[in-house]
Design a protein around this ligand. Structure first.
Ligand code: KG4
Ligand code: ZN
Length: 339
């Protein structure tokens, strides 16, 4: 089954064609970062307008790169939420119209479910059961997945998401938006021990996170030593990153041990972090745990992961009615209504 996936929840307009939930025939991502960069973050109204302009060409390109016409598509999957409502509506209405016109099954997919499926899109697929850390700009949570299609939320952030903390700290350091990749690069040049930040929630039992205190700690440091933003940027980035990476790694391994599983999965934009990938792989290996993460192209927002999640939903008999609507946030924060 060839599924056309569409994603427009934030600042990327994406379309992909995926066969049987695992083989990517095409994956096109049109990023709006340059448009939002001057504002230091995503401007929702601008984002919606750009989705309107991009959605048609992006879908056309995805079909063409897959070597298919519209007739070659068997089903449509589209992000239904969470995200910016104006942005979601663009992809959602496009997908609805595409499916209606061609009398195809279509399904609304939760964005978080999409990220969790991103790790199933390569030949190196993890066996179930597993524990997944989903760390992105909007969410940070730990999920237990006994099998494809079912999940249990083990814990999530009480305030900022990990990616959000990266973006806010980058802004404080004048590194621009988005901040994750640039802090990651700088951190590799700095000394992680020269400026120490307390590891939030490391001493607490359970699987919850908190990153807003860490962001404030960086802010306080800069108030005390304003020149460090210019003279010790790499050390600040390294110190901040070490705190985030240690907490994410510790909690993920603890969650795997609690569930007695030997496979852990890292997904979402922050999964692209080189420091996290290395630190986690070494720490997990010492406990006999295997780490799985998608290639960098599938860590950030993309439509292949939405097509993969949609395929599994359709296989399980789910379709979405034509009068369905998008949602900005999940009814139970961090939980995934359909997986
Ligand atoms: O999954 P994603 O593309 O969008 C959301 O669903 O939020 O994640 C975007 C987030 C941004 O906060 C960005 O700064 C962060 O992922 N990010 C990174 C890295 N690359 C992107 N964070 C840390 N290290 C990176 N290399
Ligand atoms: Zn995302």
């Amino acid at each position: 089954m060839r599924v056309l996936g569409i994603e427009s929840s934030c600042d990327e307009t994406a379309a992909a064609v995926v066969e049987d939930g695992r083989r990517i025939l095409s994956s096109v991502v049109a990023s709006q970062i340059e448009v939002h960069r001057p504002y230091g973050g995503v401007v929702p109204e601008l984002a919606s307008r750009m989705h309107v302009e991009a959605i048609g060409p992006v879908v056309t390109q995805a079909l063409s790169e897959a070597g298919l016409s519209k007739e070659g598509i068997d089903a449509v999957a589209v992000t239904q939420g969470p995200g910016l409502v104006g942005c979601l509506l663009v992809g959602f209405c496009f997908a609805k119209a595409f499916a209606f016109a061609r009398v195809l099954p279509w399904v609304g997919v939760d964005h978080l479910a999409g990220h969790l499926h991103s790790v199933l899109l390569t030949d190196a697929r993890p066996p179930f059961p597993l524990v997944a850390l989903l760390a992105s700009g909007g969410h940070t949570g730990l999920y237990y997945l006994p099998e494809v299609g079912s999940h249990e939320l083990m814990g999530q952030t009480r305030d900022d998401a990990a990616g959000e903390a990266y973006d806010k700290v980058a802004k404080m350091l004048g590194l621009g938006y988005p901040g994750g990749a640039v802090i990651d690069r700088l951190a590799a040049q700095g000394d992680p021990a020269s400026i120490f930040f307390t590891r939030p929630y490391l001493d607490k039992e359970g699987f919850e996170f908190s990153f807003s205190g860490l962001k404030t700690a960086v802010q306080r440091h800069l108030q005390k030593y304003p020149q460090d933003a210019h003279t010790r940027t790499a050390d600040l980035a390294a110190g901040f990153q070490a705190a985030v990476v240690e907490v994410l790694t510790h909690k993920l391994i603890a969650a795997a041990q609690f569930k007695q599983v030997r496979q852990v999965v890292l997904v979402g934009g922050v999964a692209a972090n080189a420091g996290l990938r290395t630190f986690l792989t070494v720490a997990a290996a010492a406990k006999g745990i295997n780490v799985w993460a998608p290639p960098l192209s599938l860590c950030g927002d993309n439509a292949a992961m939405i097509a993969a999640a949609g395929f599994h939903l359709i296989q399980a008999g789910h379709t979405t009615p034509l009068d369905a609507d998008v949602y900005s946030r999940n009814p139970r924060s961090g939980s995934i209504p359909t997986l």
